[in-house]
Design a protein around this ligand. Sequence first.
Ligand SMILES: [Zn+2]
Length: 102
Amino acid sequence: MSDVCPVCGMPKELCICGAITKEQLQIKVRVAKKRYGRLMTIIEGIDPKAVDMKALAKRMKQKFACGGTVKNDTIELQGDHREKVKQILIEEGFPPENIEVI
Ligand SMILES: [Zn+2]
């Protein structure tokens, strides 16, 4: 007999009580000025347990044809892509009211 979650009664491997969902995340999209006046779009608040950040960053880089990296639970993209980032996050299932564009 496998372990059962005391909250939902589901087997532990199917239980999502402890899981973080996209609906719970508060995303912040802002622009930072880097060296030589270059602009970076910074996306904060995504939890790597809820989202495949590498895949998300890859999708954004392809769509915007820009460079970018994933660091410390933050996605950084070269250039100012704030409005387009918001659009992609909505397409990915993040509630628009949880995405703050600064
Ligand atoms: Zn559970």
